[in-house]
Write a protein that binds this ligand. Sequence first.
Ligand code: HEM
Length: 392
Amino acid sequence: MTVEYDPFSAEVRRDPLPVYKQLRDDAPAYFMPKYDAWAISRFQDIWDLSSSNDLSAARGTTPAQLLTRDQPVAPMLNLMDPPDHTELRAVIRKCFLPKNVRAVEPIARQLANELLDAVADRAEFDAIDDFSARLSVTVACMAIGLPLEDGPQLTKLVQRFFSHDPDAEGMTEKGLGALAELTAYCEDMVKARRQQAPGSAEAIDAVVGFESGGRGFSDADAASHIAMLVIGGSETFPKVLANGLRRLWEHPDQRARLVADPSGIDDAFNEILRYDMPTQFLGRTVVNDLELHGHTLGANQPVIFLYASANRDEREFDDPDVFDVGRKPARILSFGAGNHACLGTHVARMEGRVCLKAILERFPEYELDLDRAVRLRTEFVQGFASLPVRIG
Ligand code: HEM
């Protein structure tokens, strides 16, 4: 069967899952002539290619960098290759170790409860704007070392960075403007930090103090790395949580199981991550020709990893389209894999545990108003921009 796949097509944006299945079955290495790029859809292929030295992240990873090519490639950890990437990653990684995350967990728990206290008398609240976006930006500010009171301003900038024009492919002017503003804000923070004694466990110190071959980052480059951490640290979690609230609402029996026994919440969050990964794909560029399923992926061609497809691959998961909070898969691809695997995995899992527990404890019978929810259906992100949760 001939498969037609274009991540920007209206059909794919409406519901990408059927075409992902066709790709996995019939065209696991699929060539997109329009973009001179490849789409990889099976779990094992993406897993293996994520550690391949024949691919580079240095020419971008987002659709706007690799396909429409309207987003510039900035100095950011996720856009670097070894050996520079390995050195910087090792330094930033130390700020996100499980012991650091454990120290933040009680603060996150308190914050989650305060945010729910603030809405408890209302008939409904927004899962993202009133709750998960506030929590994730505050936790990101704590980990990075930015003033907590700047959280709301940063959330707005990051949301604007992801703004999408349904009539145009790629980045919007508004989005690029927001990135420039966010980077300028981070540059001010970097300059201020250079005046202070280093030595905290915060990521901003790791970046400001980083040296390789006797040289450190300029203020502008350090700011760009920090901006990446703000975006990565605050953007995806709220969407995952909203998807999770939706699935638990659709499966009241599974929700009731978690309410009765919250020890299953970690596995449940893992299933939420697997089932509805909001980020549809990220990619790389081929540096040395490589062979896959009878095709040659040629030098300079972009390759996109369809993470959301891999997480539904029947070669990896039994009944992948069944949502089951008791599932214990050996691995998932929601945090990527290999050299660039997410550094915030422990942070994100902690946030998932804290937020789900707080909501299920306080509002075990919550209802959703999907008719008034604002859906995100872009080539890059699937999920919600706003999700009303009824509690009154
Ligand atoms: C549910 C929430 C999150 C999800 C689903 C997620 C997902 C991902 C994915 C898929 C990648 C791989 C990127 C690639 O393939 O190029 C990644 C990278 C990264 N993430 Fe996350 N992330 C989340 C939360 C966070 C948080 C909370 C932080 C930090 C506070 C963070 C920091 C990073 C960093 C620094 C990288 C780049 C690592 C590198 O290039 O070496 N992420 N994330």
